[in-house]
Design a protein around this ligand. Structure first.
Ligand code: QAP
Ligand code: CO
Length: 167
């Protein structure tokens, strides 16, 4: 296993739209392992390929308290917003370290994806899992949580990140 370098906002590479994975092979399984290790070592609960400069449609998540329940989604799709009620969550991002902002998103979504055997599975995600999946799927579209904030807030975060990078 290996930890991967995480791109930090406003790196333009974070704006890349990720490509579908055609074949879930050993190199994808290795990538998933490395992404999980990178996420765990950064004390994250979600990470998208985009964030480690691999522009393929893969995300890894673990919202368990014990950090022993990894979830890998290949080519994830939101099939349906199950609950049109929006819910506010304080979101963070490994690509925007030290910043947490309250955002509103649909509170439940039906998701389908491939697992690491290339098999399709479908489930309903609620609560924090729903938020993290939507957040990580935005990364695959080159979209980030800072895009939902005011220009002023985004500019402040840009300055903080310049300082962070200098450390
Ligand atoms: C997305 O983000 C998420 O600032 C995943 O200093 C997070 O794992 C969606 C992290 C929360 C909804 C709620 C952030 C680690 C991890 C930081 C993460 C930091 C260290 C963020
Ligand atoms: Co993020």
């Amino acid at each position: 296993m290996a930890t991967l370098k995480i791109l930090i906002f406003p790196d333009p590479k974070l704006r890349t739209v990720a490509k579908p994975i055609k074949d879930v092979n050993d190199s994808i399984r290795k990538l998933a392992e490395d992404m999980l290790e990178t996420m765990y070592s950064g004390e994250g609960i979600g990470l998208a390929g985009t964030q480690v400069d691999v522009h393929k449609r893969i995300i890894v998540i673990d919202v368990s308290n014990e950090k022993n329940d990894p979830l890998v989604l290949v080519n994830p799709v939101i099939k349906e917003v199950v609950n049109n009620e929006n819910k506010a969550y304080s979101e963070g991002c490994l690509s925007v370290p030290g910043i947490y902002e309250e955002l509103e998103r649909p509170s439940a979504v039906e998701v389908s994806a491939l697992d690491l055997d290339g098999k399709e599975f479908t489930f309903i995600a609620e609560d924090i899992l729903s938020v993290v999946i939507q957040h990580e799927m935005d990364h695959l579209e080159g979209k980030m949580m800072v895009d939902f904030l005011s220009n002023l807030k985004r500019e402040m975060i840009r300055k903080k990140m310049a300082k962070y990078k200098a450390t």
